[in-house]
Write a protein that binds this ligand. Structure first.
Ligand SMILES: NC(=O)c1ccc[n+]([C@@H]2O[C@H](COP(=O)([O-])OP(=O)(O)OC[C@H]3O[C@@H](n4cnc5c(N)ncnc54)[C@H](OP(=O)(O)O)[C@@H]3O)[C@@H](O)[C@H]2O)c1
Length: 254
């Protein structure tokens, strides 16, 4: 039982880990002994996030790159493999949001959201798989969203990307399983992070979450950590192609 959730000596890349859900998942996995490589675009924020984890006695290092720069993403995975000799877990979590009524959407904004939230995940999953296949093992975990399952107005590209991610995760799961690699998607509900600041600060929306969610509140980022540890560890060894919804019961309520 004791090593069921252990991530001792695992080399783990978490994209979008300078803050929010990525940081929370990285912290939970580092607490289980993993070496976490924190990605984001801003080197300074990443250094501070890695220092915070190291101060707790955890193993953490920064890897600054823009996931929508596909050449930089490819190089970043190669660098990790060069430095550590392997990549055990890839948590592909970096994401952005763009909220506008349909008639105000620009094509470029749609493309930007899809590049970051979907295409970057394809590129990084492929590069991670290139590192994992020769070793016959690995875990790929995407951060999807309940917005890939149900809908709200204004988040057209985001919902399309997250639904696309869920579909892609399934094809990767069936293709990579024979190579010893599992692929799963975590679908968070409403978490209090920077991405959601405008929603938390909007009294109407804030109240909607509290009354709509059966648990009656927003989630705290650290409440996603257990899902990542589970899917990355021995405890999740037979879980593949799954969408793990972490939403306080929101999408199952009529
Ligand atoms: N919060 C929620 O309720 C919720 C619900 C469902 C799904 N999600 C998903 O969870 C993930 C994390 O969201 P969050 O709420 O934690 O958001 P957040 O607080 O805004 O954090 C986003 C993280 O991604 C990084 N990032 C953004 N664009 C990037 C890029 N192009 N390249 C590399 N890193 C990038 C950010 O760092 P820099 O800006 O410094 O690059 C930051 O570390 C996203 O995929 C989001 O869609 C969130």
């Amino acid at each position: 039982m004791s090593d069921l959730f252990s991530l001792q000596d695992r080399v783990i890349l978490v994209t979008g880990a300078s803050r929010g859900l990525g940081y929370a998942m990285a912290e939970a996995m580092a607490a289980e002994g993993g070496t976490v490589i924190l990605n984001g675009r801003d080197r300074k924020t990443l250094d501070a996030a890695a220092a915070k984890l190291k101060a707790k006695g955890f193993k953490a290092e920064p890897a600054a790159f823009d996931v929508s720069d596909f050449a930089a993403s490819t190089k970043a995975v190669a660098d990790i493999v060069k430095r550590h000799g392997r990549l055990d877990v890839a948590v592909l979590n970096a994401g952005i949001q763009h909220r506008k009524p349909l008639l105000e959407w620009e094509n470029a904004d749609f493309q930007r959201v899809v590049d970051t939230n979907l295409t970057a995940c394809f590129v990084l999953a492929r590069e991670a798989a290139r590192a994992m296949v020769p070793r016959g093992q690995g875990r790929i975990i995407f951060t999807g969203s309940v917005m890939g399952i149900v809908a709200r107005p204004t988040v057209h590209a985001y919902a399309a990307a997250k639904a696309g991610l869920a579909g892609m995760a399934k094809t990767l799961a069936v293709e990579l399983a024979p190579k010893g690699i599992t692929v799963n998607t975590i679908c968070p509900g409403f978490f209090e992070t920077e991405m959601n600041t405008p929603l938390v600060q909007n009294p109407e929306f804030n109240n909607w979450v509290k009354t709509r969610c059966p648990l009656g509140r927003w989630a705290k980022p650290e409440e996603l950590g257990g899902a990542a540890v589970f899917l990355a560890s021995k405890a999740g060894s037979y879980v593949n192609g799954h969408m793990l919804v972490v939403d306080g019961g929101l999408v199952v309520m009529m």
